[in-house]
Design a protein around this ligand. Sequence first.
Ligand SMILES: Cc1cc2nc3c(=O)[nH]c(=O)nc-3n(C[C@H](O)[C@H](O)[C@H](O)COP(=O)(O)OP(=O)(O)OC[C@H]3O[C@@H](n4cnc5c(N)ncnc54)[C@H](O)[C@@H]3O)c2cc1C
Length: 407
Amino acid sequence: MKKLQIAIVGAGPAGLAAALYLKRSNNHVTLFERFESASPAGSGLILQPTGLTVLDDLGLFQAIQGLGRRIDRLYGADALSGRTVLDVRYSALKGGRYGIAVHRAALFCVLYDAVLSEGIDIQTNVDVVSLEVGAGSAWLVTDAGRRVGAFDLVVDASGSRSKIKKFAHKSCEPKPLTYGAYWASLKWHSNGFDEFSLQQRYRKAGIMIGVLPIGKASVAGVNSAAFFWSTKPDEEAKLRNAGIAQWKDNVLSLWPECSVYLDQIGGFDDMTLARYGHHTLPFPIGRHLSVIGDAAHSTSPQLGQGANMALLDAKALDHALRTSSDIASALSVYASSRRGHIRAFQALSRAFTPFYQSDSKILPFIRDRLVPAISGIPPAPQLLASMVSGTLTDPFEPIGLREKIWI
Ligand SMILES: Cc1cc2nc3c(=O)[nH]c(=O)nc-3n(C[C@H](O)[C@H](O)[C@H](O)COP(=O)(O)OP(=O)(O)OC[C@H]3O[C@@H](n4cnc5c(N)ncnc54)[C@H](O)[C@@H]3O)c2cc1C
């Protein structure tokens, strides 16, 4: 194909990775971001072997490894009985896989710096609210009523609340999930916490507390942990009215070692309340439009795949454009190359989330008995490890990628 004029909406992991791939494929790329200065939102996340393979393909693995924290195990126990209710080790799979937990700022900066050094045009303070699509091109419409274009292709990477994903075929909106979580990035203290594991404590499925070592936000930064507390956003006022002291007493009664983190939280405003929604676009494409990342599929972070799937989407789109003769067929190739993997993980996330975050009494009852009984018996450890790695179905081959060699 000729050199394409491409607009990317959103400077999150999906948009930044797509900008790098598409620019390196010799297209003219402009990145639009609604915030005045592009910056990361939220606390920390785990980059799985899938997302790490994409970062490696982009030449950014060493940079992310230098900032993040290697994760070998995901471990959770019932807060009162101490019974193990989650135990996943990457080492259950051959090949030496692991995850890397990162501060969101670290992932953002590594991608953003690469985008800057490629000389990609970034236009901030542009809130894209609509699209106009003509015979051979598309235009962005901003909240100020400005029409920007024309573009051969618009890439919607503006997250789950995208205002332009409605231009995709049979679009849909995220359905809010009952549970979200308070998150904070705090100074790391070992205090009995393993620096190579995500650790969680549960009480039924209504309470979940987590500590994830995430390394540094920047080279000069301090080692941090993401601390999270599962909660219903609808009950935020009730929680706040009861006061921070009561909430801290509750956490300490369930997991006393968390005192080193609670000491760093002065009030609820020191944490961010994340709300989760679930949606999957059946066709993440429209005329001159491709939808990638959370705009195309969002879910609860229970399986920790969102940012990783966003990175895979970016690679898939570039691969489809490189290997197709026109934009319309490239968009079909993009959608079909990601369909199986996305549907599998969206379905798994929908199925597993209520075992760990819901008002159900029966699901955590089953979890607390089933997981300890089966988690050591093959093939359960391997299945769980490939679910967490994002490789239960092969995401690499359909998008022209080979998994990174780990050792
Ligand atoms: C608390 C929490 C924990 C998570 N943990 C994990 C984890 O462990 N592992 C994992 O893989 N994923 C995790 N996720 C999911 C992950 O954060 C998302 O899947 C990922 O950020 C999606 O990237 P994205 O680029 O598609 O969207 P986003 O990160 O949402 O970025 C969208 C960008 O678009 C911009 N934008 C939005 N609207 C407009 C507009 N109208 N015009 C212009 N710009 C716009 C936004 O400002 C933003 O910069 C977690 C999510 C949450 C909330």
